[in-house]
Design a protein around this ligand. Sequence first.
Ligand code: PNS
Length: 156
Amino acid sequence: MIKTAIFPGSFDPFTSGHQALVAEGLKIFDKVIVAIGENPDKRGLLTVENRKRLIEDLYRNEPRVEVVSYLGLTGEYCRDREIKFMLRGMRNTVDFDYERNMMQINQRLYPEITTVLLFTPSEYVAVSSSVIREILSFKGDVAQFMPEGVDITKYL
Ligand code: PNS
C-alpha cells in the first residue's frame, strides 16, 4: 500500500524550511501532497496560482510530490481523498502550542487522521514565510531563504 501524507500550509511563499520538511516527509512516506489552504478572506503576497506554480516548478522531477490547493477544512479534504496522515513542521515552542491545538481539534473532528509533527532541521528554524514577506516589502534579498534556484520575482 502506498503511504501518503498531506503537508498543508499557506506557503506564501514556500520556503527552504518547507522544502526541508518535504524532504523529511519523503523519508517516511511514499508520497507527499503539498496542499495550499486557500483563505478567501486573506489576500496573500502571492496568488494561490503562483504559490502552486512555484512549488510545482521546484518538484517538476519528483513524482512523489503532488501539489494541490483546497478550500475549507484540511481534514475534510483529507477525508474526501482518504488521506490518513497530516504532516506538519515545528520550529519552536510557539509552533508547538499552535500545532498541538490544531492536532487536537483535527483529532476530534477527523479521528481517522494522524498528525505527524516533525522538527524543522536547525538551519531553517529562523526561516518563515512572514520573514520573507517582510524582507520583500523592503526590497531586500530573500534568495538564501528560498529553495535553491528559486527566483521569487517570477512568482510575484
Ligand atoms: O502555513 P500555515 O499558515 O501554518 O497553514 C495553516 C493551515 C492552512 C494548514 C491551516 O490554517 C488550515 O488547516 N486551514 C484550514 C482550516 C482548518 O482545517 N483548520 C484546522 C481546524 S481548526
